[in-house]
Design a protein around this ligand. Structure first.
Ligand code: CLF
Ligand code: SF4
Length: 519
């Protein structure tokens, strides 16, 4: 807990353009969602009880399509697709596709055969790895032979692994039949605009049907193919997620229109990601000083777009060769050299048995959350707080403060505990001692939170957090996150009601912008 006097001054509130934007978004609520095969009003927070059985079956073990699943199930990417057919102003082609990866990341490129062996190696070592995605380093559908060959090889040996692809959408209408042939039932399309005038500010050129197009014409062709491709996919019952990069002053207000357009075409999930932009990325936006959104600007847009189609908030902008749970990266354990030397035993039954245990753990997490929420029944308060959590996965508070490379953020109110995002941070612990500069960056990253839950924390960072008005809490070590957050919130409300503390809205927080070369 904290005293009101310890709190830093609250920011002056949201900038005017953002308020205008929110009004516009509120007006867009209730827009038509055309139902169709494979679609549902629920998204990444959907559960077994809220989703149709056939949709639940598709999302229950997919860490990107189900927020619950992302605490327990892993994905992997193989970097088999180097070429790209468009140019985005937030991308430097020296690095991985920035539509799914953070800028500045370079993945190890593989042939389809190497990729397939890597998939079997990872699946044998990490039985909770349920999804293979191809997301770069360029555009998978600009490299159809390599992409489809990889899927074909994997499907032959590992039929239990879900196949997933992420694309800029330019080639979708032309490749839709081949895509269906390979049983790919999750497709992500990055759609940043539905107005070519906006698109011209994001895409300087595209290469289509042996010809280079520029400006508004390029954006128009891209947009038409993206929306047509989305329609064709949903007509065929393929679950579609839309990624959009939020670029303040360029497409932030316009993403409302994008949200409406993709909802109307049956998209399952919308993932609005922050632009990550810094000069060292060498991108057009990085070099011209284009900023990314703050944490609260991003949240406000996600909240306002959240209607019939839920928003994905747990995306980690993974690298094109990522391996492991979202937020962790085990790709170093599976370099080509190591994989080629591995003896692989692909044991389907052992994988199924392990995954059944993981599902039981997930069900226990949900039951504990429901029990705790029942204790808040009858409380009548409009207070909501945010809590940052250090976790290694499994839905538990199980990471030390100093070892955390990210914090998961939950919003807690009488309505429940809801995952609303994550914040990447510099490691505080530098091998035996804490770094005060790093503590500053951690505090800026979670400055909108009232508390931080950790498995363990030292005296120095505790004091720093207290001074910043953030309550460091280690008494829920190894407990379930959401159950703990609700228990904390109940005590918080009781203290507010008893006059022990004064609830004050927190300020904004930073989304880290620098280049990432690690996870
Ligand atoms: Fe990969 Fe993308 Fe499939 Fe997931 S990632 S191709 S849908 S398996 Fe997931 Fe990573 Fe975000 Fe992508 S967290 S970048 S949304
Ligand atoms: Fe880069 Fe991906 Fe855009 Fe191609 S689609 S330019 S790889 S961000």
């Amino acid at each position: 807990m904290f005293d009101a006097e310890q709190l830093p001054e609250t920011g002056e509130g949201q900038a005017k353009p953002l308020n205008d934007l929110l009004q516009k978004i509120a007006a867009s609520k209730g827009c038509e969602t055309k139902a169709g095969p494979g679609k549902s009003g629920c998204g990444s927070t959907g559960t077994e009880s809220t989703l149709p059985p056939e949709i639940w079956e598709k999302v229950k073990n997919h860490p990107c399509y189900s927020e619950q699943a992302h605490h327990h199930f892993a994905r992997m990417h193989v970097a088999v697709a180097p070429a790209c057919n468009i140019q985005c102003n937030y991308c430097n082609r020296k690095y991985d596709c920035a539509n799914e990866s953070r800028p500045g990341v370079v993945s190890e490129r593989l042939t389809p055969e190497q990729a397939a062996k890597k998939v079997f190696a990872v699946a044998s070592t990490i039985p909770q790895m349920t999804v293979l995605g191809i997301a770069g380093p360029g555009d998978p559908l600009a490299n159809p032979e390599k992409t489809f060959k990889t899927f074909e090889l994997v499907a032959q040996t590992a039929p239990d692994i879900k196949l997933c692809v992420s694309t800029n959408g330019l080639m979708l209408p032309k490749l839709i039949d081949r895509l269906c042939q390979y049983n790919i039932d999750h497709v992500t399309i990055t759609i940043n605009m539905v107005d070519p005038e906006v698109g011209a500010k994001i895409y300087p050129w595209i290469f289509y049907e042996h010809k280079r197009y520029t400006g508004v014409e390029a954006a128009r062709i891209l947009s038409e193919n993206q929306l047509r491709g989305l329609e064709m996919l949903t007509e065929r019952g393929i679950l579609c997620k839309i990624n959009s990069v939020m670029i303040p002053g360029v497409n932030d207000a316009h993403l409302v229109e994008v949200n409406k357009a993709v909802k109307a075409r049956g998209a399952f999930l919308h993932n609005i990601m922050p632009l990550i932009s810094a000069p060292e990325h060498g991108t057009v936006f990085g070099l011209n000083g284009q900023r990314g959104p703050t944490a609260q600007e991003l949240k406000a847009l996600q909240d306002a777009c959240e209607g019939d189609m839920n928003m994905m908030r747990h995306c980690r902008q993974c690298r094109a060769d990522a391996v492991g749970l979202l937020g962790e990266d085990r790709s170093d354990e599976f370099t080509t050299e190591k994989v080629m030397a591995m003896e692989i035993d692909y044991d389907l039954e052992a994988r199924k048995a392990y995954q059944a245990k993981v599902e039981a753990e997930r069900d226990a997490t949900q039951a504990a959350k429901a029990d705790e929420l029942a204790k808040l029944a009858g409380e009548n308060s409009d207070i909501a707080i945010q809590i940052a959590v250090a976790t290694k996965g499994n839905g538990r508070v199980n990471e030390h403060f100093g070892h955390a490379t990210e914090f998961q953020i939950y919003e807690v109110s009488t309505a429940g505990a809801k995952f609303i995002g994550h914040r990447r941070v510099d490691l505080y612990c530098q091998g035996g001692f804490g770094d005060d500069d790093k503590l500053e960056t951690v505090i800026r990253a979670i400055n909108d939170c009232a508390a931080v839950f950790v498995a363990r924390i030292g005296t120095c960072p505790k004091e720093g957090l207290h001074k910043a008005g953030i309550d460091p809490v280690d008494r829920f070590a190894h407990e379930y996150i959401e159950q703990s957050a609700l228990a904390y919130f109940k005590e918080y409300l009781e203290k507010v009601q008893a006059g022990g503390i004064v609830h004050v809205a927190r300020g904004d927080a930073d989304i880290r912008q620098g280049a990432f070369t690690a996870v």
